[in-house]
Design a protein around this ligand. Structure first.
Ligand SMILES: NC(=O)c1ccc[n+]([C@@H]2O[C@H](COP(=O)([O-])OP(=O)(O)OC[C@H]3O[C@@H](n4cnc5c(N)ncnc54)[C@H](OP(=O)(O)O)[C@@H]3O)[C@@H](O)[C@H]2O)c1
Length: 287
């Protein structure tokens, strides 16, 4: 795979959600090392401060900033977008990376199933709220971190919140398919703006996500970690989509290992993507 870290990101500002750990932190390190100003969005101050210090040390950059937001709360996402726009003129890359998988069903303060809100709905809201900044700074890019799990996903309008028969993989796969459909619909709506939207699977990466996904069976993750990619390697495709001149004009596509790949059949259903967009707008309170 081409080493994209040789491209300069000087003068570019990147916002990364879930930047205190795993693939998000590795992406922050790589993009900061390429010269970008990096805004790390994290939910906990202490963990965020620690990760920011590590990113600065590893990248040698001081152009790293911490902003706090809990993606399990729409109020928190709205506050983040407001504070960002009050304090920053530039935004060139929005990397929607934060994600989780929950062994048991739970609801957020907004009353939505947690996986669906954190992985998908809050990124839908954040993206829409930051679109004016992205358009003003075009050419700019939106990169959504989906997963190979989306192939097993189905968007079930009869049970979007998984009230019947919750399963960790069912919830996770639906949220990741929603991200692919969102990417397609967003790219369609952004045609002619020089703002692109793409999504990706980062590979199977040794990160914290496996602990909460597997619950009591999390010991399995400890064994299988040996066969997984490092977070640094796992960050490569999203850093590629955020920075490579090769994909400057590419939009609405799904990638793995720096290559465009066909996503699931359901992810190409245009009417479904449009219906999901409208339903999501209503759920997050966008007009
Ligand atoms: N690892 C893999 O094999 C794999 C495969 C396919 C896709 N992915 C995707 O890659 C992305 C990064 O995951 P990862 O593997 O790096 O896992 P990770 O190490 O668990 O990182 C997930 C990040 O998301 C943040 N996050 C979780 N809930 C949040 C919330 N309510 N508000 C704000 N931030 C929140 C976490 O913050 P805290 O540390 O505070 O929890 C953390 O920074 C996710 O979208 C994941 O679905 C991973």
């Amino acid at each position: 795979m081409e080493d994209v870290r040789t491209h300069s990101m000087a003068g570019k500002t990147c916002v990364i959600t879930g930047a205190n750990a795993g693939i998000g932190k590795a992406s922050a390190e790589q993009l900061a090392g390429m010269g970008a100003r990096v805004v790390m969005v994290c939910r906990a101050r202490e963990k965020g401060e620690r990760a920011k210090a590590q990113v600065e040390t590893k990248s040698g950059s001081r152009a790293v900033e911490l902003m706090l937001a809990d993606l399990a709360s729409f109020d928190s996402v709205r506050a983040l977008a407001r504070e960002y726009q009050e304090g920053h003129d530039s935004l060139h890359v929005l990397l929607n990376n934060a994600g989780l998988a929950r062994i048991r069903r739970s609801l957020t303060v907004d009353g939505f199933e947690t996986t669906f809100q954190v992985n998908y709905l809050s990124h839908f809201l954040l993206t829409n709220l930051l679109l004016p900044s992205l358009k003003k700074n075009a050419p700019s890019r939106i990169v959504n971190v989906s997963s190979v799990a989306h192939y097993g996903g189905h968007v079930d309008f009869g049970d979007l919140q998984m009230e019947r028969g919750y399963g960790v993989m069912r919830a996770y796969s639906q949220s990741k398919l929603a991200l692919v459909l969102f990417t397609r619909e967003l790219a369609r709506r952004l045609e002619g703006t020089s703002v692109t939207a793409n999504c990706l699977h980062p590979g199977t990466v040794a990160t914290n996500i496996w602990g909460s996904a597997l619950g009591p069976a999390s010991f399995l993750a400890k064994i299988t970690r040996l066969f997984m990619l490092s977070p640094e390697k796992g960050a490569e495709t999203q850093v590629y989509l955020a920075s490579s001149p090769d994909v400057e004009a590419v939009s609405g596509k799904y990638f793995e290992a720096n290559r465009e790949k066909r996503s699931s059949a359901e992810s190409y259903e245009e009417a479904l993507a449009e219906r999901l967009w409208d339903a999501s707008g209503a759920m997050v309170g966008l007009g």
